[in-house]
Ligand binder design. Structure first.
Ligand code: ZN
Length: 476
């Protein structure tokens, strides 16, 4: 149909950085450090591990040294030990070690009682005279120090060195998985190549262009805002990418039950009135696309589909426009794809989503909960109400580095300098970077599509892109 003539947009995709990359925060916890006899080291490990099993999911410990010698202790721990006479110092260096007890911390008294047999004094006295009071020690002799420790591995050798000097000896492993912080480089490269497409086949420029067409259709029909999206299966059984569904915004498609009497003359030019009759995020393009995928999977994997949909109240699932119907009716997904996708119980495993706008918080969570592989949105469609970006649009190629050291150095472009209100408005934007948060149980690759004519700044006068205008803030 008409989509044949679609002109792909010229541009490229660029990874959306994660909040952990743009605003690295490090959590610290309290830990104990106990002085023990060097010769008891291996027993101490056994006892500690059996009495206080490590919870490495919550408290990773690979970056923390387990033992430290006196000389390797940070100054504040040496101070906690108190002054040591010169003749004693050699003895301490030679015969004692310091062991780290990371969180979750045991009861202090319980820990002391556990470690009592292994303190230098106890070991010394038990070897001096058998039956010495070493093993009857109630823990009073245990030297227990406290320190803060980083709960995540360091991101650089310099950071490891700093922590080692100030907190506790830390190891830096450049090969350690940083999957919580950012997508592993190999995965990022692989998906980026897959999305960029071959020179002959459709690429992101094509899909974003199609999404814009869907968006126009939604807006011109009066059913919704000018937001559209395209769902692509680039990893299915077919050798080339397949468009699984397209959906436009439909927030005005069904009158809100409470607001049915609102005047008909409300128009996109009067968003304040239209906003009153809009539906919620379930009518946003992303949620509708996910619902279409679900509906296709139901149809492909079950013959009960027709029965179950009969007699139900109308939902936003059915395609509303010619374009939506075109892709909805032509389900290219085989039953095999449907099975493969539905086995883990998630709808959009391995699918990619292309959007005209940055999705709102609800849709961003919907993207994660249905487990898309990747999401690509047009940089021109960044919204202050969006949930995926994690930083300002860089002003130029070097500004990302600048922002690392000066998070507030933004919005200093000449055309914005005179517009204080707009600047303060922009500063209020929260950057959630929801696509890759360590506290969520699914992470999706996320890219911005940057058109060739973009200088890096979002043009605030670009009405087609919408959203960036202060008087036109909306959720996509
Ligand atoms: Zn939304």
């Amino acid at each position: 149909m008409t989509t044949e003539k679609l002109e792909p947009l010229k541009g490229h995709i660029t990874p959306v950085r994660t909040v952990q990359e743009t605003r690295p925060t490090f959590e610290f916890g309290e830990a104990y450090v106990a002085q023990i006899a060097t010769r008891s080291a291996s027993q101490v490990i056994k006892v500690l591990d059996s009495k206080y099993p490590r919870q490495t999911d919550q408290y990773p410990t690979n970056h923390l040294r387990r033992f430290a010698k006196y000389d390797a202790l940070p100054a504040h721990l040496q101070e906690q030990l108190g002054p040591i006479a010169d003749e004693e110092r050699e003895n301490v260096k030679k015969n004692t070690l310091f062991v780290l007890i990371p969180p979750p911390l045991p009861e202090r008294e319980h820990l002391c009682a556990t470690l009592a047999p292994y303190t230098p004094a106890a070991v010394a006295s038990s070897t001096k005279a058998e039956g010495g009071d070493g093993n009857c020690n109630n823990g009073d002799d245990v030297r227990l120090l406290t320190t803060r420790i980083p709960l995540q591995p360091p991101l650089s050798a310099a950071q490891a060195e700093k922590w080692t000097k100030e907190l506790w000896p830390i190891t830096f492993n450049p090969a350690a998985p940083r999957g919580m912080v950012a997508p592993p480089p190999q995965l990022l490269r692989h998906v980026m190549q897959s999305i960029a497409g071959s020179s002959s086949g459709p690429g992101p420029g094509y899909y974003i262009s199609l999404a814009r067409k869907v968006a126009r259709e939604a807006e011109e029909s009066g059913r919704g805002r000018g937001v559209g999206c395209v769902v692509v299966d680039a990893t299915g059984s077919s050798s080339k990418p397949v468009i699984v569904a397209v959906a436009g915004d439909a927030r005005y498609a069904y009158p809100c039950p409470v607001q049915q009497d609102t005047e008909e003359e409300s128009s996109p030019q009067r968003p304040n009135i239209r906003e009153q009759e809009k539906r919620g995020p379930e009518s946003h393009a992303t949620m509708r696309a996910i619902e279409m995928v679900a509906s296709q999977l139901r149809a492909a994997s079950s013959s009960e589909h027709e029965q179950s949909s009969a007699g139900k109240p109308p939902t936003l699932t059915p395609p509303l426009t010619p374009l939506e119907s075109e892709y909805y009716n032509t389900s290219h997904r085989s039953a095999g794809d449907a099975d493969a996708a539905s086995v883990p119980g998630y709808l959009c495993t391995n699918l990619d989503l292309y959007l005209t706008h940055e999705p709102c918080l609800s849709c961003s969570m919907g993207i994660l909960l249905s487990r898309f592989r990747a999401v690509v949105f047009a940089r021109k469609g960044r919204l202050s109400s969006g949930g995926l970006a994690s930083e300002e649009v860089p002003n130029n190629s070097s500004s990302r580095e600048k922002q690392d050291s000066a998070p507030d150095a933004h919005a200093q472009t000449p055309q914005e300098a005179g517009d204080e209100e707009k600047m303060s408005n922009q500063r209020q934007r929260n950057y959630y970077g929801l696509h890759w948060r360590k506290e969520l149980n699914w992470r999706a690759l996320c890219f911005e599509f940057v058109e060739d004519d973009e200088t890096g700044n979002i043009d605030d006068n670009d009405h087609d892109s919408g959203g960036q205008n202060d008087d036109d803030v909306f959720n996509a």
